[in-house]
Design a protein around this ligand. Structure first.
Ligand code: MN
Length: 235
């Protein structure tokens, strides 16, 4: 079998501690999964979870202890940060029961679901897909993946985001409306999950805009921190 051109290498995220990389299959994202954030986006109550995807190659890997740079994307005047716990799957399947969902988890990372909010809102208004607001290049900055064998199962702990030293987002993993196991189970009824899938589990309250030159520091208890600078407008 020959390809008509050389395929791109798979998107991959370094594993904490060095030495290996986690190849990315798909990126699933959960919408409105912390109560206070759902309220700030104009919703209330425990709605069924809903999902969108980002292409695998939207990951922007930020190495341990370094400051990554995300070019400010085109076509937006309202680039928002959403700090999220990312779950990395080492196994897949369909119709996974909640009680067995944790068996699929390989590890965890800190991620940012960067969002062109003005474009997303325009698409919402028109009943059109969110892809232009969510699935653009570099829209998924991510730190190294920590193996679950080292961290244990993450079900609680602080999740925060600072911009230029000011706290913008604060939450606790225990406040997820749909916890990680429920999310995996629900996803597996709609898609066939596979090793390499990443799940961005949703963001706590406090989302807001960033500008070129801003520095973001995201943290999740047990996973260290993720540092990102917003670069000049992409050319
Ligand atoms: Mn999000």
């Amino acid at each position: 079998m020959t390809y008509v051109f050389q395929p791109a290498p798979p998107a991959a995220v370094p594993v904490h501690g060095g030495g290996s990389s986690f190849p990315v299959h798909r990126i699933y994202c959960v919408g409105r999964n912390y109560a206070e954030h759902a309220v700030e986006m104009g919703h209330t109550g425990r709605e069924p979870p809903f999902f969108f995807l980002k292409p695998a190659d939207t990951v922007l890997c930020v190495p341990e202890g370094q400051v990554g740079t995300m070019p400010y994307p085109s076509q937006t005047q309202n680039l928002h940060h959403e700090i999220e716990l990312v779950v990395a799957l080492g196994a897949g399947g369909r119709d996974i029961p909640v009680e067995r969902a944790a068996e699929l988890i390989w590890g965890y990372a800190i991620g940012l679901d960067m969002t062109r909010r003005d474009l997303q809102n325009e698409m919402k208004k028109q009943g059109r897909p969110w892809s232009i607001g969510k699935g653009f290049e570099h829209s998924a900055p991510i730190g190294p993946i920590h193996a679950k064998s080292a961290t244990g199962e993450l079900t609680q702990g602080a999740i925060t985001l600072d911009v230029n030293g000011q706290r913008r987002q604060t939450g606790d993993l225990r406040d997820l409306i749909w916890n990680v196991n429920e999310t995996i189970a629900t996803l597996s009824r709609a898609w066939t999950l596979a090793p390499g899938d990443l799940i961005f589990t949703g963001t706590p309250a406090g989302v807001g805009a960033v500008l070129p030159g801003d520095t973001l520091v995201g943290a999740v208890a047990g996973l260290g921190s993720l540092q990102l600078r917003i670069g000049p407008v992409a050319s």
